[in-house]
Design a protein around this ligand. Structure first.
Ligand code: PMP
Length: 418
């Protein structure tokens, strides 16, 4: 197991203050274009705290080696750290066993794994894949590719003007031909938190397995894949204070056991001859080649760091920041906010009169304010809302009310320029 010098919330008499927590993040302590950095692009990638950086540094300086196959001590140390990270991740999402957590390059690779491996084994012509209108491209395109190969069809559950799923239409969209349902837990473009427990239950009532894209949920909410009963759950390390190049596919054991390998190579085999190859047990069956050892260990440290603060405390803090920022933005002339779901994570998508969101993003950057502008890899959702793009400010627990104030000041400056 990776170890951190961070006490868990329930082990401390006194909780660390948010400003103490913020000071763990060295990236936040800098000026951009002469202004203090106001980092509000957390939905794209969030920042890394010292304990994660230190853990990666320790691995790089003292533990770097290949995993699983070495007989020497250093390889054993690296293997323990890598497998320890898997245990930490499994615990973090409530997975019954660590072997159900496959390390991938990110949520994108996790979705591709399910589409290619599960899809090729289970889909045929005339079958239906049910997705939602608010999916990220990474939970659309892999399904289109396998649909093209197998002759399956994609159906799409609509969303309301407020950015909520039309769950009243779920029943009729789940047909006898539906073979899988893909749904995003939290929308990266609008912040909508979808009621995935209910969706999974309703899909299971029709014997339809569910892939949940949890990329924007794991950084912000307490996630329990077992309680949710998801068949698959995908997420990325870099959105939850970990490094890039690492993500996780959780799967129910029965599915993972019966699915064929996604990629072939070293690490994923039991034995190889030119006549026949047999495959390794879980999770190695799905981890061909040398894995992303350092990023996985970093992700293990990141989930321990998040746990040390407490996911419920994080969710509460971010809800408070979202309310504050929403109120400020609503008061700004010409600002339209997209995503008005009752249950929302800390994403604020907006536009400003007819100013292109890219111009908004570029100008607020001159004030040190980092936001995202674009379609957020959700073009079908943008089409539904009849907009080409939005500007998106996404908050993390380490942000402050002052960050929201600076965002609004910068937006006022944009309006002055145009
Ligand atoms: N799903 C959602 C909801 C996302 O926000 C993202 C990242 N923007 C992804 C999937 C893809 O994640 P990655 O690029 O890390 O694979």
């Amino acid at each position: 197991m990776t170890t951190l010098n961070v006490q868990h919330a329930d082990e401390t008499d006194e909780m660390r203050s948010w400003s103490e927590i913020r000071s763990d993040f060295p990236t936040l302590d800098q000026t951009i274009q002469g202004e203090p950095l106001t980092y509000l692009d957390n939905a794209a990638s969030s920042q890394m705290p010292e304990p994660v950086i230190e853990r990666i540094d320790r691995y790089q300086r003292h533990e770097h080696s290949n995993v699983h196959r070495g007989v020497h001590t250093l390889s054993q140390t690296a293997t323990d750290a890598y497998e320890g990270a898997r245990e930490a991740v499994a615990e973090f999402i409530g997975a019954p066993t660590p072997k159900q957590c496959i390390f991938t390059r990110g949520a994108t690779e996790a979705a591709n794994l399910v589409a290619q491996s599960w899809g090729r084994a289970n889909l045929e012509s005339g079958d239906e894949i049910l997705l939602t209108r608010m999916e990220h491209h990474s939970n659309i395109v892999p399904w289109q590719q396998i649909a093209d190969e197998t002759g399956a069809e994609i159906r799409v559950l609509p969303v309301t003007d407020d950015g909520e799923l039309r769950l009243d239409q779920l029943e009729e969209m789940l047909t006898d031909r539906t073979k899988i349902l893909g749904v995003v837990h939290v929308s990266n473009a609008l912040g909508t938190i979808n009621p995935v427990e209910e969706i999974v239950e309703r899909a299971h009532a029709r014997d339809v397995p569910v892939l949940v894209d949890g990329c924007q949920a794991t950084p912000h909410l307490s996630v329990d894949v077992d309680a949710m009963d998801a068949d698959f759950y995908a997420f990325s390390g870099h959105k939850m204070n970990g490094p890039t190049g690492i993500g996780v596919l959780y799967g129910k054991e029965a599915w993972l056991e019966e699915m064929p390998p996604y990629q072939g190579g070293g690490e994923m085999i039991r034995s190889v001859t030119f006549e026949e190859t047999t495959y390794a047990d879980l999770p190695n069956k799905f981890e061909a080649g040398t894995p992303a050892i350092m990023p996985a260990i970093g992700l293990g440290a990141a989930v321990e760091y998040l746990t040390s603060i407490g996911m419920d405390r994080i969710a509460e803090r971010e809800a408070e920041l979202l309310d504050y920022a929403t109120e400020l933005l609503e008061a700004e002339e010409g600002v339209r906010i997209f995503g008005r779901a009752d249950d929302k994570a800390s994403v604020l998508s907006f536009d400003l009169e007819d100013i292109h969101p890219h111009d908004i993003g570029t100008i607020v950057d001159t004030h040190g304010v980092a936001i995202r502008a674009g379609h957020h890899c959700t073009q079908p959702l943008m089409d539904r809302l009849e907009i080409p793009a939005t500007a998106r400010a996404s908050f993390s627990y380490y942000n402050t009310r002052e960050d929201a104030d600076r965002l609004v000041e910068a937006i006022e400056h944009v309006r002055e320029i145009f």
